[in-house]
Write a protein that binds this ligand. Structure first.
Ligand SMILES: NC(=O)C[C@H](N)C(=O)O
Length: 497
């Protein structure tokens, strides 16, 4: 029998629409796959077989398709609220919390007839680059069990690479969609800030957080992008503008022609600290873009090298304020509530017990950066750097249509390798952070496997705000030239094939 987990989302959607297969069959096939491999991968924190199958059945019984993805199941990062499933954000603080409302992204998925298989693992409050900061244990990279799947959205990316889901949702504050995409050989897109509603996205750093699509192909990501994007009055930073024509752009890209497209290679993102295999994969990808007809030039963005330090002032500052709401009174965990402690003691003991070390580190960094006397020197300077980075992008986009770089300096590192070295962990986002600080759109598309270690490498494509469609055109064209490589994914332990 055909293995329904091996198709793209676009193919599955067509088969379901033509009633060649039912959504129930497709959803069940993925639930079975999760049952077979997830003890090994640990991509999911919660699986909702009943809910997913009920949604699938509703699609099968509906007279009309609710969307282009109707019936195709999906894995949802556990940072987006779901009123019928727990939302833990990878933290003990919210263990068992069932939100009273759906995030706008969740609601749009349901309205589009997309069955939600479950919630995926993540670094606690999306702080991390390896999923090792999850309070529920790490996710493993399907390419190598001993390695990280990236973070914070490692669960979403791993679920795609392990064929547990054809589509997933991630969120990207500093790279949490793109870096996991790169190290698992999957596609991840951070849409323009404001392009996808943040309503119901548990906030880490509100001026940077952005939900986006994760998939195994560029066209699949585009189809999902179109379902979740668009203006939402419930999010004050949502952009009231038409969604860029991402699906049409992906289809155009599939013709494999990039004549007339100008591509800028970011000079600052190469050299020391970049693994040789990553560098070679990137150079080969640039050659392929050229072969597709693109005009390639080198572009300097001199302030990008300050993006990482600026991010580690801005993101922790916003986090220290956002996470103040976890006070043991309103949600989730409460300890020491035995009548012998004051309310303040209960709050502080609960925060001590509920937050992991990385979250505490960021709250302290942020509180320090915002404190009077230091505010101008730290937070204020970081905001100025943010403006300079935006100007670098503006200047670059006067010359080129898109910018490219490796998504990450290295391939997937070993579990445990960077846990005691926060700086090394932070460096995983060196190339992804500028797009978050400026608010523009960026994608990671696999550029095959590194010739050094046989692990996936990501090509990052960046476009101006509200020009997300450019990512899809270039990404899809490149993908055709690159060819398939997921068939080289090692067989997972415990899977009988
Ligand atoms: N949330 C993100 O986008 C991830 C980033 N690695 C961070 O730890 O902040």
């Amino acid at each position: 029998m055909t293995d329904l987990t091996k198709f793209t989302a676009a193919e599955l959607a067509e088969k379901i629409a033509a009633r060649e297969v039912s959504s129930v069959e497709v959803t069940q096939a993925h639930l079975d796959r999760i049952g077979q491999v997830d003890d090994f991968v640990h991509a999911f924190l919660h699986v909702d077989a009943e809910g997913a199958l009920a949604a699938a059945k509703a699609v099968d019984e509906a007279p009309e398709r609710a969307s282009a993805l109707a019936g195709v199941p999906l894995a949802l990062k556990d940072v987006l609220t779901t009123k019928d499933m727990p939302t833990t954000v990878g933290s003990k603080t919210l263990e068992g919390w069932i939100p009273p409302y759906d995030a706008t992204v969740t609601r749009r998925l349901r309205e589009a007839g997309v069955p939600i298989l479950g919630k995926t693992n993540m670094d606690e409050f999306a702080m991390g680059s390896s999923t090792e900061n999850s309070a529920y244990g790490p996710t493993h990279n399907p390419w190598d069990h001993a390695r990280i799947p990236g973070g914070s959205g490692g669960g979403s990316a791993a679920s795609l690479a392990a064929f547990e889901a054809p589509l997933a949702i991630g969120t990207d504050t500093g790279g949490s969609i793109r870096q996991p995409g790169a190290v698992t050989g999957t596609v991840g897109v951070k849409p323009t800030y404001g392009g996808v509603s943040r309503y119901g996205l548990v906030a880490f750093s509100s001026s940077l957080d952005q939900a986006g699509p994760c998939a195994r192909t560029v066209l699949d990501a585009a189809l999902l992008h179109e379902v979740i994007a668009g203006y939402d009055p419930l999010d004050s930073t949502s952009i009231d503008a038409p969604v860029p024509p991402v699906v049409a752009a992906a289809r155009e890209g599939l013709h494999g022609d990039l004549k007339g497209v100008k591509v800028g290679v970011v000079r600052e993102f190469s050299g020391d600290g970049y693994q040789a295999g990553v560098q070679r994969s990137f150079e080969a990808a640039v050659d392929q873009l050229r072969a597709l007809g693109a005009e390639v030039v080198e572009v300097s963005c001199p302030h990008f090298v300050y993006a990482l330090p600026a991010y580690y002032l801005i993101a922790p500052s916003e986090c220290s304020s956002n996470l103040a709401r976890f006070d043991a009174m309103r949600y989730g965990l409460r300890v020491a509530d035995d009548g012998t402690h004051s309310a303040e003691e209960v709050m502080s003991l609960t925060r001590e017990a509920g937050f992991g070390p990385e979250v505490k580190r960021r709250i302290m960094l942020g509180t320090y950066a915002l404190s009077s006397g230091y505010y101008d020197a730290y937070y204020g300077s970081a905001q100025k750097v943010r403006t300079l980075i935006t100007r670098d992008f503006d200047a670059a986009f006067e010359r080129v249509d898109v910018l490219v770089s490796p998504t990450t300096p290295t391939t997937a590192f070993k579990i445990g390798e960077r846990v005691d070295d926060p700086m090394a962990m932070y460096l995983a986002d060196l190339c992804t952070i500028p797009a978050n600080l400026a608010g523009n759109a960026a994608m990671s598309v696999p550029s095959g496997l590194s010739d050094e270690d046989g692990l996936p490498v990501g090509l990052q494509i960046m476009a101006p705000a509200l020009a997300d469609d450019r990512l899809y055109r270039v990404g899809a064209a490149y993908e055709v030239a690159r060819g398939d490589f997921l068939d080289r994914l090692p067989e997972l332990k415990g899977v009988s094939a």
